[in-house]
Design a protein around this ligand. Structure first.
Ligand SMILES: Nc1ncnc2c1ncn2[C@@H]1O[C@H](COP(=O)(O)OP(=O)(O)O)[C@@H](O)[C@H]1O
Ligand SMILES: [Mg+2]
Length: 393
């Protein structure tokens, strides 16, 4: 597993101290970048603050105040680890350091080997563990997606058959008409309509293939972007279409009219993964139910934008509840459950600064509600011909 080197920015105007710090870090296989002045550091921070895991900053710089550099770092990288180096420590410095959540303030003169390196190693250990954790979570997510890919392929194969048959029949029609036609004009009109049909069918197939390709892609590097709430929900329903079909489940999507055109700032693939996992569990829970209804709602309350997934399934027994978010916990038969779904859901919802709320009644059903900060929602005015707010999928 290669998590890459940990990167350190050393801002120190004293060239001798800077050189010695760099030498020590490099010998330990860390990657260091240096700046000798306020302005040099400012340029590096403005361009690449997110590339660094640790900032070692001398706050007394000849051409500027180290603390204003630190505010700049915090604006761009709120998790940055900061160690301040200073010629003297007083209350004012300590106050400011606490406010910006600095890891440690260290007074000069210091021993690089005995003071700086152990300190840096200690705080970088957490970063390393976090990176390792992110890496493992990404692996788990990908593995669980691959596990679901088989089911998705069945949906795609099923759905491709329709447009393919359409293409085949339309080509037969064209051939027949070519044989019998002696009226060029009517043949041309028919040909045009046949070709439009073929193009539509090809679009359908392309869309399905795109779905499959997007789904199997690795998401580790996914960027946050704004994506239509309806599209997120519909794409996720598509991912569980096979289960919906197999169990004959009625699906209803309800979105407050006002948010019909709303967009969500999210990692779209990951977010679809959340909805897909919740819907997939909901479908599984309804296997034996007489009433099989899957309802997905999007609505706003005082504090959050919510998307809920509700089923009329078995419900979750109280003894099982405390374990359902544990990785590898499943009540499903071997081969059916991986026990990864809800732990992935929880991680991704957290990554979106949201909460997951659950209510369940045994024998009646379960509702999982994703609660997201309202700041993640972009509300756009409804344009007349938009999709209807409530419809069956
Ligand atoms: N909607 C639901 N209704 C009933 N039980 C559920 C529901 N969602 C999750 N569960 C329970 O939580 C367990 C863990 O779910 P999950 O982490 O997705 O793993 P898996 O689906 O592979 O079992 C399930 O095995 C099931 O017992
Ligand atoms: Mg599951």
């Amino acid at each position: 597993m290669d998590l890459g080197k940990l990167n350190i920015l050393v801002v120190e105007d004293d060239s001798d101290t800077q050189e010695r710090i760099v030498r020590e870090f490099n010998s330990l296989n860390f990657a260091t970048t240096t700046a000798s002045s306020f302005y040099e550091a400012k340029t590096i921070i403005q361009n690449s603050a997110n590339n660094f895991d640790l900032f070692l900053i001398d706050i007394q710089l000849p051409d500027g105040d180290g603390f204003s550099l630190i505010s700049e770092i915090r604006n761009k990288n709120k998790d940055a680890l900061l160690i301040i180096m200073t010629g003297y420590i007083n209350n004012k410095i300590m106050d400011k350091s606490n406010k910006i959540d600095c890891y440690e303030v260290i007074q000069k003169p210091f021993s690089i080997k005995n003071d700086i390196i152990p300190l840096a190693k200690k705080c970088l250990k957490n970063i390393y563990l976090k990176k390792e954790n992110d890496y493992l979570n990404a692996q788990i997510l990908h593995i669980s997606k691959l596990a679901a890919l088989g089911e998705l392929s069945a949906t795609v194969v099923h759905d491709i058959r329709g447009p393919l048959t359409m293409i085949q029949l339309t080509c037969e029609d064209i051939k027949d008409e070519m044989k019998k036609t002696d009226n060029n004009e009517s043949f041309e009109t028919n040909l045009n309509s046949h070709l439009s049909q073929i193009t539509r069918a090809c679009h359908k197939i392309n869309k399905l293939v795109d779905h499959l390709r997007n789904y199997s892609r690795k998401d580790a590097q996914e960027e946050e972007e704004s994506k239509s709430v309806i599209e997120l929900i519909e794409n996720s329903v598509f991912l569980v279409k096979q289960k919906i079909r197999n169990h004959n489940i009625k699906v209803e999507i309800k979105i407050d009219e006002k948010y019909n055109n709303a967009e969500l700032i999210c990692f779209p693939n990951k977010f679809e993964q959340v909805l897909m996992n919740l819907m997939s569990n909901a479908c599984d829970a309804m296997k034996e139910s007489s009433k099989k209804e899957l309802k997905i709602k999007a609505f706003l309350d005082d504090n959050s934008f919510n998307i809920s997934v509700n089923d009329t399934g078995s419900g979750i027994p109280e003894v099982v509840l405390p374990k359902i978010f544990d990785s590898f916990f499943t009540t499903k038969p071997k081969g059916e459950g991986t026990g990864l779904g809800l732990s992935i859901v929880k991680n991704i919802v957290k990554e979106h600064l949201g909460d997951l709320v659950l209510s369940s009644v045994v024998g009646e059903g379960t509702t999982f509600t994703i609660k997201l900060p309202i700041s993640k929602l972009i509300i756009k005015p409804s344009s007349g011909g938009g999709p209807s707010p409530s419809r069956a999928a």
